[in-house]
Design a binder for this molecule. Structure first.
Ligand code: ADP
Ligand code: ASP
Ligand code: MG
Length: 435
């Protein structure tokens, strides 16, 4: 059997869903597990619903109504008005409305997961109903009956010992009875049946979980790009498609923030030597990228830009050296707050780290270590990673940037940079400074 994953862009409107169906038509009568994300930018919109609910701003219901209306509009492009899918989707939205009627729980992350899952639940119901309607028999599966996690809401850790038997018990009989199995990405369940999510963009990872548990022949993620490119096409012109990548190269790229694949996706696939194909849903016949071997190829420079980074410059207040026990303390604090360190460097009494700008977590960190350390923080930075770098690429990337720190390890160069303000911006800043 094979596993396919369709992300938000591939099902963003009625025509897009029809296009997905036309791809699946070619696999009729083949055992296929299909994972879908929420439609278009639904998860972002639902995040606003959650925020409004937690703040009790009075806007949550209106924001949810916009999401609902977008889905109904899309469904009107696919189904006759009397189709039972309308009631099914409405029931799912009603569950979210019940949550909004209650006063919010103390835990933001718990509430987030209980509401945000609606995006994937409704998208999977719509796509599944449409496939059945056009004669592609499809079994809808609730991913929460399979994927079991701990109760780290918004970043659930998969319990493989529970997930694997669930997958093996539920999925093969459905496939044997004929038709596709279609389920949600991104969501799972605790052992007490509360919904969890696996981290933003986690549907790729869900597909890898199903692939691993079911020993899939291959996994394919269908994207709006021809495959994995050597840089983000939204930021760079003249990108190159990579025909083949080793698991190692793919895991390095995604770890540093290449958004095309969720970073947790590669490990389960590599562990079972399951090839991953990244293909274009706009050109399904084209070969895309194959991520499979363990052998390294020669690669062009591969650039990954992670925006929204902060530099924390940590100094011991009593001028003692930053020694191992300080590091242990700092890292325990960072791990506890789930702050991921992208780059680090130290001198005698200082330690600098580059971390994603998540203000609440950084503020808790600064407070937590304030008895021993002073922390200076600089926001608005970018982390640029270049694998297989050459001098020309590095020089080009530095144009218009101030490099705050830089490090080379074998074939990887990383630098934390800020953009040199333009003359116009400098003038505005000067005006502001004058008051
Ligand atoms: P999905 O619809 O599956 O969620 P995403 O939007 O998350 O898809 O990922 C696809 C997008 O990733 C592309 O549209 C592209 O802009 C971006 N992207 C970033 N880095 C790369 C890269 N190295 N190669 C290809 N696409 C990339
Ligand atoms: N819908 C979720 C998100 O937007 C998961 C995903 O798309 O992979 O983050
Ligand atoms: Mg995505």
């Amino acid at each position: 059997m094979q596993v396919f994953k369709f992300g938000g862009a591939s099902i963003k409107d009625a025509d897009a869903v029809k296009n997905v169906a036309s791809i699946l038509e070619r696999f009729k009568n083949q055992p296929l597990v299909i994972i879908v994300s929420a439609m278009g930018k639904t998860t972002n919109a639902l995040e606003e619903v959650v925020a409004a609910h937690m703040q009790q701003s009075g806007k949550a219901n209106a924001l949810l109504n916009v999401v609902k209306e977008n889905h109904y509009a899309l469904m009107r492009g696919l189904f006759a008005p009397e189709d039972s899918v309308f009631a099914d989707v409405n029931d799912t939205f009603v569950e979210a409305e019940w949550m909004l009627d209650e006063s919010p729980s103390n835990s933001y992350d718990y509430t987030y997961d209980q509401i945000i899952c609606v995006g994937e639940l409704v998208s999977s119901k719509i796509v599944s109903a449409y496939l059945n309607k056009i004669g592609l028999k499809t079994h809808w599966l609730d991913a929460r009956d399979v994927v079991i996690t701990d109760n780290t809401y918004r970043e659930g850790w998969v319990n493989w010992d529970k997930t694997k038997p669930n997958a093996l018990k539920i999925v093969p009989p459905l496939l044997e009875s004929g038709g596709f199995v279609l389920t949600q990405g991104f969501i799972g369940s605790t052992t007490e049946n509360f919904t969890t999510t696996l981290g933003r963009e986690g549907s790729d990872y869900s597909a890898a979980i199903f692939s691993f548990c079911l020993d899939a022949e291959s996994m394919t993620i269908w994207k709006d790009v021809p495959g994995v490119l050597n840089a983000d096409p939204r930021l760079f012109e003249n990108t190159l498609k990579l025909d083949r990548l080793s698991y190692r190269e793919a895991i390095e790229m995604t770890y540093y923030g290449a958004q095309v694949i969720h970073p947790k996706t590669i490990k389960p696939l590599q562990n079972k030597s399951i090839p991953l194909y990244v293909k274009s849903f706009l050109d399904p016949e084209a070969p895309g990228t194959e991520i499979s071997s363990d052998t390294e190829e020669t690669y062009p420079p591969i650039i990954v830009v992670e925006k929204n980074q902060s530099l924390l410059h940590i100094i011991t207040t009593d001028y003692s050296f930053v020694a191992e026990q300080h590091m242990a303390r700092l890292f325990a604090e960072l791990a506890g707050l789930r702050i991921f360190v992208n780059m680090m460097q130290n001198t005698a009494i200082s330690f600098s780290i580059c971390v994603p700008t998540i203000p609440e977590r950084i503020e808790s960190f600064v407070k937590g270590v304030s008895d021993e350390f002073k922390v200076k923080r600089e926001d608005g930075l970018e982390l640029i990673t270049i694998r297989h770098f050459n001098e020309e690429t590095v020089a080009n990337l530095k144009k218009g940037k101030i490099v705050l720190f830089e490090e080379k390890i074998r074939n990887t160069l990383q630098m934390v940079v800020k953009t040199v303000p333009t003359i116009e911006r400098r003038a505005v800043e000067l005006e502001r400074a004058k008051g």
